[in-house]
Design a protein around this ligand. Structure first.
Ligand code: NAP
Ligand code: G4F
Length: 321
């Protein structure tokens, strides 16, 4: 039985990855940080099938202990401060989690289980203001937020430990992936949750920032398959994962509101408070390498994804009413 350690298991993507690995027969360990109230909503349905270990990316000893206790064949480092706007308010903490946290995790593996395969959750935010479109593994990085800068560090330290210590380290450069489990502050979920609230008479407007921003949005359940495939290859490498399609926030609103029989222009208002000090205007993936080498492709379209999220939010709020 293979053993995997997942950091960030309570997060959106970590929860889908844990499900996938449990289904594949892995013994799954999840690193969780201590909180005064437990935040296990996304993994409550598999709690009896996984083992949780307390630890924090800020605490080197706890990571060493987690690797020692789990003795993993594979380590998936998904934990991070992942919300871009927060990275301007808490740039130092973001760097501690999202940059140096990666080094701490790599050090724990190097000391305790050097042959474990390692996945780093790198991000398309690293491309930021790049001139090149679509972006692939050779595209130059130009991050536009403290989060993006922190992820560039995480990317390079992962490559550096591969080259310095011959460790099996992979970077997945993932474009935006969403689901009904996405945090409520990210734009897709903010929109689908608002549509559900408006539909059920619980709200009458939605305040958003830059409606012209464009992203390559895919389904998190598809992307964890690519993550797993990266660690099943003979050689460690880095891969871009995305759909290859780009949509604006305005289009996202059109799809979500019209699915619920509403016109977004009647409800959406622009509030400059949601604009960012430096925006990433557009991102779109060229994931031809992953398609060729990993045999991976997405199965859920943009429209299907947004409709799935609207349905889930309506269902959840109806049950709450
Ligand atoms: P998410 O929902 O925000 O989950 C983040 C996870 O990290 C949570 O489990 C959180 O635990 C944990 N965490 C945060 N700080 C920690 C610390 N100091 N020590 C231990 N755990 C900590 O993020 P996601 O959407 O699942 O994304 C997963 C990873 O992929 C992140 O690294 C993100 O930056 C990266 N990424 C995401 C996307 C995307 O579109 N979703 C795209 C590219 C890359 P708590 O539950 O305790 O807060
Ligand atoms: O949903 P977002 O907050 O995601 P963003 O900034 O692209 O970051 C996400 O994807 C990255 C991968 O590229 C991950 F690495 C990262 O961890 C995270 O998961 O914003 C998407 C776009 C932005 O251009 C933003 O300016 O939507 C625009 N937007 C417009 N109004 C808004 C809003 N974003 C948010 N969160 N809230 C708004 O009201």
């Amino acid at each position: 039985m293979k053993k995997a350690l997942i950091t960030g298991i309570t997060g959106q993507t970590g929860s889908y990855l844990a499900e996938l690995l449990v289904d594949k027969g892995y013994k799954v360990f999840g690193l969780i940080r201590r909180a005064s109230v437990e935040r296990h909503e996304r993994i409550s349905h598999i709690l009896d099938k996984i083992t949780l270990l307390q630890g924090d990316l800020l605490d080197q000893y706890s990571l060493i202990e987690a690797v020692k206790k789990s003795n993993p064949d594979e380590v998936y480092n998904l934990a991070a401060q992942s919300f871009v706007p927060t990275s301007w308010n808490q740039p130092v903490l973001t760097a501690e989690f999202t940059s140096v946290g990666v080094t701490r995790m790599l050090e724990a593996i190097r000391l305790m289980k050097k042959d474990a395969k390692f996945y780093q959750a790198s991000s398309s935010e690293m491309f930021g203001a790049t001139e090149e479109s679509p972006q692939n593994e050779r595209t130059r990085f130009h991050p536009r937020s403290p989060y993006g800068v922190a992820k560039v560090y995480g990317y390079w330290i992962t490559v550096n430990y591969r080259e310095s210590y011959d460790m099996f380290n992979c970077n997945g450069i993932l474009f935006n992936h969403e689901s009904p489990r996405r945090g409520l502050e990210f734009v897709t979920r903010k929109v689908t949750n608002a549509v559900a609230m408006i539909k059920l008479g619980m709200a009458d407007e939605l305040l958003l920032g830059n409606l012209e921003a464009r992203r390559d949005w895919g389904f998190a359940g598809d992307y964890v398959k690519a993550i797993w495939l990266m660690l099943q290859q003979d050689k460690p490498d880095d891969y871009v994962i995305g759909t290859g399609e780009m949509h604006s926030v305005k289009e996202l609103c059109e799809v979500a509101f019209s699915y619920a029989g509403l016109n977004y222009e009647d409800y959406v208002k622009v509030d400059k408070a949601f604009y960012r000090p430096a925006e990433v205007d557009k991102l779109m993936a060229d994931s031809s390498k992953a398609r060729k080498v990993l045999g991976w492709k997405p199965s859920v379209s943009f429209k299907e994804l947004i409709e799935m999220m609207v349905d889930a939010d309506i269902e959840r709020l109806k049950n709450k009413k």
